[in-house]
Design a protein around this ligand. Structure first.
Ligand SMILES: [Zn+2]
Length: 81
């Protein structure tokens, strides 16, 4: 009797479109981290509110474009609420 050990596999999915990320669709290894503190009612940091996203190449492109566009709109004063 022989034993064969199959190593564990890490399978990542895109947090945006849920596609399984592989060498073809995530060549840029896209990750987005939004660092932030959650604030209590007095405005003091009370918890970590950091959000992390793994992104396939096409979602990385779309999300980067959306960020650029939001920043540009803010700079032009077009999107203030
Ligand atoms: Zn995606």
């Amino acid at each position: 009797m022989s034993t064969k050990t199959i190593p564990a596999q890490t399978i990542k999915t895109c947090d945006c479109c849920s596609v399984t990320m592989d060498g073809q669709n995530s060549r840029q290894e896209g990750k987005l981290t939004l660092n932030a503190h959650a604030l209590d009612m007095h405005g003091h940091a009370c918890a970590d509110a950091t959000r992390k996203f793994d992104l396939c190449d096409s979602c990385l492109f779309d999300v980067a474009k959306a960020i650029d566009s939001a920043i540009a709109a803010r700079k032009q004063g077009a999107n203030h609420d």
